[in-house]
Design a protein around this ligand. Structure first.
Ligand SMILES: [Zn+2]
Length: 247
């Protein structure tokens, strides 16, 4: 995909980076991602991917904007309350770059659904959705960028078990729903921490698409807003994993 003069003007700051450059911007223009969840993580992730010129962005979310979302979901405003998140976010993406093919899916992603992205982004807030997406990513050989945030902490990783025989999947790390798993609306979270986490997810997707740097495959990035510290922890593939162990 050749770049137009408008593309070159718009993406100059990426073209200047040797790890991205013109070829990287072309890869971003040709890429297709599916973002599962249009909330506190999916919002900033989608906006940064749109600004980076990712050519196709699919947004899966069945929820509507609630006033209590506005403390952290900065892609929405007061006038959006009551509207479908997927459609409002799609309109924001189109406002950033009208050339992006954006597809809002106003439904909850689940088993049997077929997102079109070659990269799947888990910005969901519940374990059934995350496990269904993880299984699909593994079986179809796609990378899944995962992020989660609660309280003052965020976590980001890339699961690529269907692409690399040594790479773990999400269930190698969390095989079953933790007993203390709480719904997102029952725990507090600092808005800026969800922004850091969603931005880090977008960054991982940009790295996967362009080939820049080292993606967080087999590692999890832990961000602590309270201490101002970040660290990475290694994850191993589990031969007895319910999703990737039998292959
Ligand atoms: Zn696994």
């Amino acid at each position: 995909m050749s770049l137009t003069p408008e593309d070159i003007e718009r993406h100059k700051r990426h073209i200047l980076l040797k790890e991205i450059g013109g070829p990287g911007v072309q890869k971003l223009r040709a890429a297709q991602v599916s973002i599962i969840g249009a909330g506190a993580l999916g919002g900033p992730c989608a906006l940064y991917l749109a600004a980076a010129g990712v050519g196709g962005i699919e947004i899966w979310d069945d929820d509507r904007v609630d006033r209590s979302n506005l403390q952290r979901q900065i892609q929405f405003g007061e006038a959006d309350v009551g509207h479908l998140k997927s459609e409002v976010l799609a309109a924001r993406i189109a406002a950033i770059d009208p050339s992006i093919r954006v597809a809002p899916r106003a439904r909850r992603f689940g088993e049997g659904d077929e997102p079109t992205g070659t990269i799947l982004i888990d910005a969901s807030d519940n374990f059934p959705t995350r496990y269904a997406l993880n299984a699909l990513a593994h079986c179809t050989g796609r990378a899944m960028v995962h992020g989660a945030a609660a309280g003052w902490t965020g976590q980001v990783s890339v699961f690529a078990s269907g692409l690399d025989a040594d790479a773990p999947c999400y269930r190698c790390w969390v095989p079953e729903t933790p007993p203390d798993a709480e719904a997102c609306d029952e725990v507090g979270v600092v808005g800026a921490v969800t922004g850091m986490t969603g931005s880090a997810m977008a960054l991982e997707a940009v790295k996967l698409i362009t080939g820049a740097g080292t993606p967080l495959i087999g590692r999890i990035l832990l961000l602590s807003g309270l201490s101002g510290e970040a660290r990475t922890v290694k994850l191993r593939r589990d031969p007895d994993c319910p999703d990737c162990g039998k292959y």
